[in-house]
Design a protein around this ligand. Structure first.
Ligand code: BGC
Length: 727
């Protein structure tokens, strides 16, 4: 929830602002990097208001360091304004949760919120009071390494995930000692980088920006996010960190956001490279004018604002607005009243935290294929754990694990050995020394291990360094010689369960063809091993669903379910084009000659160890008025033999509108747990406002006409009905 403005707080803030010199005000706009003696001196002089990465991960006494810097601010500087201290607590602090893209696959905002709460509690015990998360950039191009950090391709899913993280990081009370200020990033459009290459240009029509890229940020603001980070990208010719339209007009004016905006790392300075500003002086003016309140690391504000203000080229009002926003968040964090912290032993890696990590890691795994080999229960006496990621603790944590330590990670090999102790033997052969390796010397040992086992669990995918910032790929297949390893192991003739660990959507048609089962585990974090053992051995049924389409081939990118239909959509009977083998098209429809037009797996897809039947779709009415809501429901039955969770998804299409609309848009979803044979009517309430889009005037509108609705298991299937919206 957005915080209500407190009159008392605003009065304290104004009283403080009235005492501040220009230098002190500009100090608040300045974020420095690291706990150096120079920075401590600047803090004492009131010239630094924030620090990023105060302590290294191996710092012996982070609480003492934190308190000493806060002391320099509170006791050393003239006005005693406390520091706000930020760090990238992206998917956990010491207890690492799955990467955010994996978390989105849980379709479970409550569990994601709990994970963020854990991360906040752990980070706050170090004196961190601000995290640079959640990242809510919509990403429809898996080549982009940072797709790992966000909530996937869909604005509704990413909004739910982002808002859940904000609630988790900030808790019920931002002023509580275990709360962190959240920072929704990277505002905005960063995920649309051309060619999936990080930092690249983005060209996004405003309506599309408002309908697809902005909603997750809006959801974070509505959830009370204290801060936002302006992005690196050039957005339609104006860098995001100098963009008055998105920052000043949309965020601050239209949405009424009263927290502050921090730049990304040197993104103000980078406006010179973009070719938007001639020098740092211009960059400082452009960023502050646009509404970037605090500068991360680069020195444009500190170097140039004093003179720009003195000469009247930057009005003092701009500075005051920024300072007010920063102080407001410092007050809301309770830093003025409680600047120092006490050590809190036993917080990091607390058993309850690890239990949450295990639950979330299990909920994130998506079962793509199962010919019946899973779960691996009673018959297996000898299991071969093979592959470069079977026992690779650092890789399993994924990207952005600033404070995660490999020594705390439980790998699948360790977890399977523990779970099967006394019941079955687990042999191990990595096959390859690393995910990118082409050294096939270990293949023979791997094949022998496969031959000697009843079943194989083969852990393939990407190492942690293949996704994240600046880690983009032009290929979406298994790196190194992993395809060869799969081929060799599969030839041993035992059932092969492939577990994919990856920081993005990979194109894996061959993996599918050569295996008995495929479980997509993303990078599952500290407790990924036990979570995978729970799933593989059947203690839990997989319940994750894809937050992105999985392509057949990189050449299909960008590929996302909420596409427009075109005037010549490809037809179902045109499916089946064999990859890499050009076929002459029979018709002139929108597809490729050498790969099918559909994804390998659609958005929302995921199997369980049970089966579900959808029937009796009912709508409360064939037509609704503008102010009404529609109730849509369906009977869901677990027709299998195991308890499992089905993620029931509601999609809508606006059949004809003044601007073409996507063929389907996710509107809502529910995780429903049913026992074998159990049946339940699952109900959604669809408000007419959920049918809105931005018209040519950039205003939200709901147009009368026909809508099609689906309730089903993914973006490509479902029972459907139509309804009308009438004036
Ligand atoms: C990244 C941000 C991150 C910041 C601080 C930048 O390079 O783009 O996501 O929060 O560094 O580490």
């Amino acid at each position: 929830m957005r915080p209500r403005r407190s009159r008392k707080l605003e009065a304290r803030l104004e009283a403080l602002l009235a005492q501040m010199t220009l230098a002190e005000k500009l100090g608040q706009l300045n974020q420095a990097h690291g706990g150096t003696p120079e920075n401590k001196a600047l803090v004492g002089q009131g010239r630094v208001g924030s620090l990023i990465n105060l302590c290294p991960t191996d710092c012996p006494d982070p609480v003492a360091v934190y308190n000493s810097f806060q002391e320099a601010a509170v006791k050393g500087s003239r006005l005693g304004i406390p520091l706000i201290i930020g760090r990238d607590v992206i998917h956990g602090f010491r207890t690492m949760f799955p990467i955010p893209l994996g978390q989105a696959a849980s379709f479970d905002p409550d569990l994601v919120c709990q994970a963020a709460r854990v991360a906040a509690t752990e980070a706050a015990s170090w004196g961190i009071n601000w995290t640079f998360a959640p990242m809510v950039d919509i990403a429809r191009d898996p080549r982009w390494g940072r797709s790992a950090e966000g909530g996937g391709e869909d604005p509704v899913l990413a909004s739910r995930m982002g808002a859940a993280m904000v609630r988790g990081f900030q808790g019920d009370d931002l002023g509580a000692p275990d709360s962190l200020a959240a920072c929704a990033k990277h505002y905005v459009g960063y995920g649309a980088a051309e060619g999936g290459r990080d930092y690249n240009t983005t060209l996004i029509p405003e309506g599309y920006l408002r309908d697809v890229y902005l909603p997750p940020f809006r959801a974070c603001v509505e959830a009370g996010a204290a801060t936002l980070m302006s992005a690196f990208n050039d957005l339609n010719g104006v860098p995001a960190s100098g963009n008055e339209l998105t920052l000043r007009r949309i965020l601050k004016k239209e949405w009424g956001f009263d927290g502050f905006v921090v730049s990304d790392w040197a993104s103000i300075d980078e406006m010179i490279s973009h070719g938007y500003c001639a020098n740092r002086r211009e960059a400082a003016r452009a960023a502050l004018r646009a509404g970037v309140d605090m500068e991360m690391v680069s020195p444009c504000y500190a170097e140039h604002l004093p003179d720009l203000v003195a000469r009247g080229e930057v009005p003092l009002d701009w500075v005051d607005d920024a300072v007010r926003r920063i102080l407001r968040i410092k007050f809301r964090l309770g830093l003025f009243d409680r600047p120092f912290i006490e050590p809190r032993p036993g917080v990091l890696l607390n058993p309850a935290h690890l239990a949450t990590a295990r639950r979330l890691a299990a909920a994130c795994c998506v079962l793509l294929k199962n010919d019946g080999v899973l779960p691996l229960d009673c018959g297996v006496r000898k299991l071969a754990a093979i592959g470069p990621l079977a026992d690779a603790p650092a890789e399993q944590m994924g990207c952005w694990t600033v404070d995660g330590l490999a020594r705390d990670v439980v790998t699948p090999l360790a977890a399977l050995r523990e779970a099967l102790a006394g019941r079955a033997e687990v042999t191990y052969a990595p096959g390859l020394p690393g995910a990118r390796s082409t050294d096939t010397a270990g293949f023979a040992e791997a094949v022998a291990a496969a031959r000697g086992a009843d079943a194989v669990a083969l852990f393939l995918g990407e190492d942690a360094g293949m996704s994240g910032e600046a880690h983009c790929r032009a290929f979406l297949d298994l790196p190194g010689a992993q395809a060869g390893l799969l081929e060799a192991v599969a030839a041993a003739g035992r059932p092969v369960v492939v577990v994919v660990m990856a920081g993005r959507a990979l194109a894996l048609p061959d993996v599918l063809a050569k295996s008995s089962a495929v479980l997509y585990a993303w990078h599952p974090g500290t407790m990924g091993g036990p979570a995978l053992a729970d799933l593989l051995l059947g203690a839990e049924s997989p319940s994750g669903r894809l937050p992105v389409c999985l392509p057949r081939h990189v050449g299909q990118i960008p590929l996302y379910y909420a596409k427009r239909n075109t005037g010549r959509p490809a037809r179902d009977e045109e499916r089946g084009a064999p990859a890499g083998t050009p076929l002459d098209p029979k018709d002139f429809t929108s597809r490729y000659m050498d790969v099918e037009h559909t994804p390998l797996f659609p958005f929302g897809f995921g199997l369980t160890y049970s089966s579900f039947e959808y029937k009796e779709l009912q709508l409360s009415s064939p037509a609704i008025g503008r102010d009404d809501a529609l109730t849509a429901s369906i009977r869901l039955t677990n027709t299998g033999r195991r308890e499992a969770v089905e993620v029931v998804q509601l999609y809508v299409r606006d059949v004809a509108a003044s601007l073409t609309r996507p063929v389907r848009e996710l509107k809502d979803f529910q995780r429903v747990r049913l026992g074998p044979g159990e049946s339940r009517r699952v109900e959604f309430v669809l408000r007419s406002s959920q049918l809105a889009f931005h018209g040519p005037d950039m205003k939200l509108r709901v147009e009368a006409g026909e809508f099609r609705l689906w309730i089903g298991p993914d973006a490509a299937r479902g029972d459907s009905a139509t309804f009308a919206l009438t004036d």
